[in-house]
Design a protein around this ligand. Structure first.
Ligand code: C5P
Length: 233
């Protein structure tokens, strides 16, 4: 599986995202479409960006009863996205149903990645509100293993957890890692960050990077710097 840089296109309108992607000319980076853009523009934004030649990670984090997730995944699969995701907390029954829904008549399907615990959930909230007593990192690894057992392709995690995930779930189990910043740059609201080069060294398969590219004065140069550190070196 080739390593790649995924740009988090956290814009809230088609106009803004297309203006951004136009800057890349004939280059077609892998892009992440999140809830904000999807809910403001609807499924047509996926078709539009796909038609321009980009690979798409549709980050909608599904979590519902297995039957609902299965049918919804079939819809996302028909949009021809390359990667989508769900919450591992939906249980193995939901994850296997999701895979069934995603699989097209010809046997192909988008990659399916699990969210373990959101990074906004800390140990105290997990214990007090979710009544989960075990240590957070143990919970994250357990959810990753449940995702692997269910046949999913990988998890979203920190680059700092990539090696642990690969050790527990196999080297081919994908680690899709946000929290990436260039050396010496403003980290914004991210807390535990690594550079693209460090993410590569730690074993990340895909890095998801937003503002260091989207808010850059020269987004194409920033993207290329990221690719040269993470993919080409
Ligand atoms: O702009 P920035 O590089 O921080 O964007 C990172 C992207 O990855 C955002 O779309 C954010 O929602 C997403 N993400 C994250 N941390 C997670 C999961 C997803 O930053 N744990």
């Amino acid at each position: 599986m080739g390593k790649d840089v995924i740009i988090a296109c956290d814009f809230n309108s088609k106009h803004e995202v297309i203006r951004f992607l136009d800057k890349f000319g004939s280059k077609k980076p892998f892009v992440k479409i999140g809830m904000e853009l999807y809910y403001s523009e609807g499924p047509q934004i996926v078709r539009d960006i796909k038609a321009r030649g980009h690979k798409i990670f549709l980050d909608l984090k599904l979590h519902d009863i297995p039957n609902t997730v299965k049918k919804s995944m079939a819809v996302l699969s028909s949009l021809d996205v390359d990667m989508c995701n769900l919450h591992a907390a939906g249980t193995k029954a939901m994850m296997t149903a999701a895979l069934e829904g995603l699989t097209r008549a010809d046997g192909t399907r988008p990659l399916l990645i699990a969210v373990t615990q959101l990074t906004s959930t800390d140990q105290a909230r997990m214990k007090e509100e979710l009544l989960i007593e075990r240590p957070l990192d143990e919970v994250v690894m357990h959810y990753a293993k449940c995702a692997a057992d269910s046949g999913l392709d990988g998890v979203v995690c920190s680059p700092l957890e990539a090696a642990k995930v690969h050790a527990a779930c196999g080297k081919d189990f994908l680690t899709v890692t946000p929290g990436v910043r260039f050396a010496g740059a403003d980290v914004g609201d991210q807390v535990r960050v690594t550079t693209p080069a460090k993410a590569k060294e730690l074993g990340s398969d895909y890095i998801v990077i937003g503002r260091p590219i989207t808010a850059s004065e020269d987004p194409v140069a920033s993207y290329e710097k990221c690719v040269s550190e993470f993919v080409d070196c």
